[in-house]
Design a protein around this ligand. Structure first.
Ligand code: V47
Ligand code: SF4
Length: 374
């Protein structure tokens, strides 16, 4: 079967679910990496992308209790927090001073906050820094807003767009298999809702990302099925930009008896994601989650993007990540160059960023065709 798969990869043909499983279970990591690198270089040449971004988690209070989550807090807990307008403005001005092109916003589903509170978060960001790209809310949050307002998802998305929303991050996907999902995030929006919200967002011309949380209770077949489901929606809408495999961090979670996925598993999942998601342009090695060393190596195992400077990351650090909470542009350049790739600063929509200090403009879309020019 490996020869058939290898021929298909070389000819740019789609792999089946069975072939994905075979790769996952039977093929050695270096062969996997070599195959994934063919696709990676075909789509993105020798470039490795990063962006200048900042995170904002407006509240950690959450009505749900996902067993993998160390970030959430009970309403009355000492750990509970919520951002005021002034705190949001301060964070956004920090982003502006740093020349950030993107703000990444996700948080908990607060028991008492109304939809207007969340809408206001987006409005305050937009008013404080009109040029920044606002990538905010997962389908879990959008569906929650639809639930508390009793309005359709489309209406919620339109309200958010009007307030300044530009795109959506990939979170909340976890694992689409409902049996596993029940064990790690019962009650939360199910996989059908996750897909429906992305489909609606794509219909409204919002680009979105996708993720998969691995290394907890799932098995290989759940991972491959997850990737095939994403590939199917991408065939339908073409609205996904990037896929980000997320390794489970067990510290301070309800699943803290589980070991962290090994570096070899991280690279295996990265490679298989690149091979299965033939209709995704980008695969992200989120350095915060993988650690700098594995993220560097991942640039040769299918990944073409490291995410960004990040700053103020909480979700992984609450769950025991030992990585720094942010990185400078020169550190990102060094990581990429050491890995033998060419660093390119992109904006959220994968346009080249043209920069003069903190001032920046977006240039041309770095299309797949760049592969030919490298
Ligand atoms: O949905 C939560 C995951 C996600 C843990 O779109 C955990 O550019 C591991 O989606 N261990 C949120 N994972 C983060 C996310 C993301 C990150 C970076 C970039 C983008 C993007 C999206 O983090 C959650 C969940 O799947 N998560 N807790 C944990 N203990
Ligand atoms: Fe709440 Fe999100 Fe954590 Fe689940 S993952 S408990 S929805 S903050």
């Amino acid at each position: 079967m490996l020869k058939t798969i290898s021929d298909k990869v070389n000819q740019g043909e789609r792999l089946t679910l069975e072939e994905g499983l075979f790769l996952h279970d039977k093929v050695d990591l270096l062969t996997l990496g070599e195959l994934a690198n063919i696709v990676r270089e075909r789509k993105n040449g020798n470039y490795a992308y990063y962006n200048t971004n900042i995170h904002l988690n407006p509240t950690n209070v959450c009505v749900y209790r996902c067993t993998f989550c160390a970030f959430r807090s009970d309403l009355k807990s000492e750990k509970a927090y919520e951002f005021t307008d002034e705190m949001i403005q301060k964070r956004v001005l920090e982003a502006k001073d740093a020349g950030a092109t993107e703000i990444h916003v996700v948080g908990g589903l607060h028991h008492l906050k109304k939809f207007d509170w969340y809408l206001n978060v987006v409005r305050v960001i937009r008013e404080t820094y009109p040029d920044i790209h606002i990538k905010a809310w997962t389908p879990v949050e959008i569906y929650w807003f639809s639930h508390i307002t009793r309005k359709p998802v489309r209406w919620v998305l339109e309200q958010m767009q009007e307030a300044g929303l530009d795109s959506m991050p990939g979170g909340g996907a976890e694992i689409f298999d409902e049996e596993v999902r029940k064990q790690i995030c019962e009650h939360k929006a199910d996989s059908k809702v996750w897909f429906d919200v992305h489909r609606e967002a794509h219909n409204l011309k919002l680009r979105t990302n996708a993720t998969m949380l691995y290394g907890h209770l799932e098995q290989a077949r759940h991972r491959i099925d997850h990737l095939c489901q994403l590939r199917a929606l991408q065939d339908e809408t073409g609205g996904f930009q990037t896929f980000i495999p997320l390794a489970f961090h067990p510290d301070n979670t309800g699943l803290d008896h589980l070991p962290r996925p090994s570096g070899l598993t991280d690279l295996r999942v990265m490679s298989i994601s690149r091979l299965m998601l033939d209709n995704f342009d980008h695969i992200k090695a989120y350095w915060i989650m993988l650690g700098e060393k594995t993220a560097q190596v991942a640039l040769s195992f299918g990944a073409d993007d490291l995410d960004g400077t990040v700053v103020h990351e909480l979700i992984y650090h609450d769950a025991g990540a030992k990585t720094p909470e942010g990185m400078t542009v020169s550190q990102l350049h060094r990581m990429i160059e050491e890995a033998g790739r060419i660093p390119v600063e992109r904006d959220t929509l994968y346009r080249r960023v043209i920069r003069n200090g903190a001032q920046w403009t977006s240039g041309e879309v770095i299309a797949s065709s760049i592969a030919q020019s490298v």
